[in-house]
Design a protein around this ligand. Structure first.
Ligand SMILES: NC(=O)c1ccc[n+]([C@@H]2O[C@H](COP(=O)([O-])OP(=O)(O)OC[C@H]3O[C@@H](n4cnc5c(N)ncnc54)[C@H](OP(=O)(O)O)[C@@H]3O)[C@@H](O)[C@H]2O)c1
Length: 275
């Protein structure tokens, strides 16, 4: 069978939020898509919407729980079927668990660690090998978070997963700098998606006002990825926060994160005073 040399992008977590906007915007740029998430109905509705807008775009939807151990192998096999060459992996699926660490269910936190860290890393490994093999210019974009820049009390494990994503992506970008593969890490701050509902965060009014819109974050993410930038921080407020994170003591940053994410209620519950 002849090699399919069209540009294919694999997008994880495409059933909502940033992932759905990655799909819409990459399709508008002529990319063919493999869309992955657990909710098949959502993926199919998105695929129909995109096919109606761009009739020449081919889309495959794959319902897959990426927390499962064999998910990365399954995804690579299905994404590269019919001799397709994948030119972009958008490692976007992820979620957070918000609240006092020891009160959050362990099974939920374990799934988060598996999805945000282990599967993301294995997907990079699987697809980097595939990309090296086909040798065409290719991109891996890992979605991190501004939570990676500071301690994040009540979002402790989530913030730590994103610190991993940031450091891992930067190292991988360096390792692969002489190859045709460019690795980028996109670090969104608060962005209007389903993320805060899933995490159980009641975002305070001030933070709500500074939230970015998902299409805007994704537009900056794609531009940075295609430019081969290792680190992409979208928007002025996030740039300011990244700059402050380099200057302020870690304890001050931790208080700031508690206030910004409405963690004072959790502190009162613990009897620990409020910032
Ligand atoms: N929104 C923000 O404020 C914000 C800020 C910083 C970083 N981020 C990061 O941005 C990324 C995208 O989040 P979002 O804001 O777009 O949130 P979202 O609207 O909740 O979307 C999350 C996506 O991940 C998918 N997903 C979750 N668990 C999965 C699993 N086990 N297997 C496969 N797919 C799974 C969901 O699909 P299904 O439920 O259908 O599986 C959904 O498509 C995440 O990595 C998040 O950490 C978000």
């Amino acid at each position: 069978m002849a090699v399919d040399t069209r540009r294919w992008a694999v997008i994880t977590g495409a059933s909502a939020g940033l992932g759905a906007d990655f799909a819409r915007q990459l399709a508008a740029q002529g990319w063919h898509l493999v869309l992955v998430a657990r909710r098949l109905d959502r993926l199919q509705a998105l695929a129909d919407e995109i096919r109606n807008a761009h009739r020449d775009i081919e889309i495959e939807v794959i319902a897959l729980d990426l927390a499962q151990p064999d998910a990365p192998t399954t995804l690579l096999d299905r994404a590269t079927t019919r001799n397709r060459q994948v030119h972009a992996l958008i490692n976007n699926a992820g979620f957070g668990t918000y609240g006092p660490f020891e009160e959050l269910p362990w099974s939920r936190q374990q799934d988060m660690l598996l999805l945000n860290i282990v599967r993301l890393t294995e997907l990079c490994w699987q697809f980097a090998r595939h990309m090296r093999e086909h040798g065409q210019p290719a991109h891996i974009l890992n979605v991190g978070s501004m939570a990676a820049f500071q301690p994040t009390p009540f979002f402790a494990a989530y913030g730590a997963t994103k610190a991993y994503v940031r450091n891992f992506s930067e190292s991988l970008a360096w390792e692969l700098r002489d190859s045709a593969i460019r690795v980028s890490c996109l670090s969104p701050g608060a962005t209007r998606t389903e993320f805060s509902d899933v995490a159980g965060i009641d975002i305070p009014a001030l933070s709500d006002r500074t939230q970015m819109e998902s299409p805007d974050v994704v537009r900056r993410g794609i531009a940075g990825m295609l430019a081969g930038k290792p680190q992409i921080v979208p928007g002025f407020v996030n740039h300011l926060n990244a700059w402050l994170a380099r200057l302020l003591p870690r304890g001050v940053l931790a208080w700031g994160a508690v206030v910004a994410m409405g963690g004072r209620a959790a502190m009162r519950k613990r009897g620990g005073g409020t910032p």
